[in-house]
Design a protein around this ligand. Structure first.
Ligand code: ADP
Length: 584
């Protein structure tokens, strides 16, 4: 390909055309189909963003690097191609690193490109502007980290970053480009040979026939089989193959939170509403892109039966046996493995007795949930607010739901049904706070929106300044802040002094006024009816909006469903806690 010239073509017989590192970088990204870069500009990468824009790439400029990084990670999850994030040296780089580490933890492909300061000064620790050995700092937090020392190597570095981020278990890759390399001027013909195309970035990986037979035999002999769909299954974009396998076998399935919508939550085979019972009683479990980590109780009692046998599909052989023993490993990409399973699935079915037991529990739990949702408490509580959101979203399966918080996360996950794959993005494997606006922006940019971000008031605070980004790019994002005035809940007491308690946030804060500062539409609501009307109007407008929902400060449980993880077990006094919440 031809490198983009930095200066006009010279007259014949004069010096050759030259270009620089910024242009070569953009050429390499373009050649590999990168369309969008998320970032925050500053020394030394501002010109990279300018050149990218001039060359037809979209640059989305954020207010904080971790939000830009989270957007790139979400783009990776949504598109199955690495999302790109651009950061400045040292502090900007470190801000972005949180998102890179989170992407790696969640198995999302992402590349963080960071400018860095002068190598010969940094390496001798002579005290440069934003001095830091960024390559060393990034290594423990990324799947891989590379530095480019010559313009001619930029194409190789970009290709390597894309390959490593996408293939095998996807993850975050760090690419360090010192300022001197970005600014280095080289002959255009030298630069032209640098960019290269990555062919088949994540090749298919087939399981062996023996491994498939082993898994089929186990499933065929099961009395209480269960399929768990994880976000790896959503990521794999093998939607039709997974659906064909489940519907041809009739097996009950349980979606992890970001796999919701892979098959609609209303699908008769979904046992999300009987989660605890299904886990406790299943005798053979097929894990599809879901790890047996803390989110699945490490595959051990009391969440699981002591005799349960696991079949695990994963692209990463090192994942197998990382917790409970895996009786039938299926190493490969989910599309290929599920296709192979479907081919030999004639012997598999779901015993009627087991299906009946699950259906009975589902019906009972659905009744309990309906009662909780119907209760019209004043002031409004989480369930009342979520009922209103659920009713509006029921008719809008196209909406991407972004969700973070403690109670706001736990309850939304259970109440809001999803109907389409990869339409729910949440706190993920770490249960991290701060992904909200970054993920919402990526969903709007990559998926075209509309997006509804359902946020606890505390969680929202981590990325709230990105409301300006949402308004600047006129993105169809509606933020719903479930505002109970605190971390977990808003009625914390400090008996020792006049300072607010550690869990108290500003009572009666008006988050709606934040978006008004940037030209978006703010709503302030106190009842489910007002919330439903505001959400309907905001979605219909297609414009940025924020709905601040007044929630009873006494509603909410400390640490949501994770109270048991507090080291001292200390939680709000029982008389202050809301009714116990079950997972089902
Ligand atoms: P959840 O939190 O939803 O349970 P996890 O993030 O724990 O999901 O698990 C996702 C798993 O999916 C990871 O172990 C990852 O290696 C695996 N994975 C990701 N993409 C693929 C793919 N294309 N094929 C097979 N496995 C995949």
């Amino acid at each position: 390909m031809n490198a983009t010239p930095l200066i006009d073509e010279p007259a014949p017989g004069t010096a050759s055309t030259v270009t620089d590192g910024c242009h070569v970088l953009v050429d390499a990204l373009k050649l590999n189909g990168v369309e969008t870069i998320y970032g925050v500009v500053g020394i030394p990468i501002t010109d990279v963003a300018r050149v990218a824009q001039a060359e037809g790439l979209r640059y989305i400029g954020f207010r904080h690097e971790s939000d830009a990084g989270h957007a790139a990670a979400a783009a990776g999850f949504l598109t199955k191609r690495p999302g790109f994030c651009l950061t400045v040296s040292a502090p900007g780089f470190l801000n972005g690193l949180v998102a890179l580490a989170n992407a790696t933890t969640n198995c999302f492909p992402m590349v963080q490109i960071s400018g860095s300061s002068e190598r010969h000064i940094v390496d001798l620790q002579r005290g440069d502007y934003e001095e830091m050995d960024q390559l060393a700092a990034a290594k423990p937090f990324a799947k891989a980290a590379f530095r480019v020392n010559r313009v001619a190597d930029i194409g190789l570095a970009v290709a390597r970053a894309i390959r490593v981020a996408s293939s095998g278990r996807p993850g975050g890759v760090y690419l360090d480009i010192p300022a001197a390399v970005l600014g280095e001027v080289v002959d255009a013909d030298v630069a032209a040979v640098s960019p290269r195309t990555v062919v088949d970035a994540a090749p298919e990986q087939f399981p062996s026939p023996a491994a498939v037979d082993r898994a089929v035999s186990l499933l065929a002999g099961a009395e209480r089989p269960l399929v768990v769909l994880g976000k790896g299954a959503a990521y794999a974009q093998a939607d039709n193959t997974i659906r064909a396998f489940l519907e041809s076998t009739g097996l009950p399935f349980l979606p992890m939170s970001m796999a919701k919508g892979l098959l609609p939550d209303t699908h008769p085979q979904s046992v999300a509403a009987a989660r605890s019972m299904a886990l406790r009683n299943a005798d053979v479990v097929l894990l599809v892109g879901a790890r047996l980590n803390w989110l699945l109780g490490h595959g051990e009692p009391p969440q699981w039966s002591p005799d349960v046998k696991f079949i695990q599909i994963d692209i990463d052989p090192g994942e197998l046996d990382s917790n409970a023993p895996i009786a039938a490993p299926l190493v490969g990409d989910i599309g290929s493995v599920m296709a192979a399973l479907t081919e030999r699935s004639q012997r598999i079915d779901a015993p009627a007795r087991w299906r009946g037991q699950l259906a009975e529990r589902k019906a009972r739990n659905a009744e309990t949930m309906a009662k909780r949702l119907a209760a019209d408490a004043q002031p409004m509580r989480f369930y009342g607010a979520l009922r209103a959101i659920r009713e509006v979203l029921h008719d809008r399966p196209d909406v991407y739901v972004v969700n973070e918080g403690a109670n706001a996360l736990d309850l939304t996950r259970n109440v809001i049904d999803m109907a389409r794959p990869r339409h729910r993005l949440d706190s993920g494997t770490w249960g991290v706070m701060g992904i909200g606006m970054g993920y919402a922006i990526a969903a709007a940019v990559e998926g075209g929106g509309p997006v509804v971000a359902i946020e606890g008031d505390s969680a929202f605070g981590f990325s709230a300044m990105e409301l300006e980004t949402i308004c600047r790019y006129r993105l169809p994002v509606v933020v719903v802040v479930l505002n109970n005035g605190g971390v977990y809940r808003g009625d914390g007491q400090n008996p020792a002094s006049a300072d607010p308690s550690p869990t108290t946030l500003m009572p009666a804060a008006r988050h709606d006024r934040l978006i008004e500062a940037f030209g978006g539409t703010g709503y302030h609501v106190a009842t489910p009816a007002e919330l439903g009307a505001a959400l309907t109007e905001a979605l219909a407008s297609g414009r940025p909006a924020l709905i601040d929902c007044v929630i009873d400060p006494a509603d909410g449980t400390e640490s949501g469903h994770l109270t048991h993880l507090n080291p001292t077990g200390v939680t709000a006094p029982p008389e202050l806690s809301s009714a116990p919440i079950t997972k089902e």
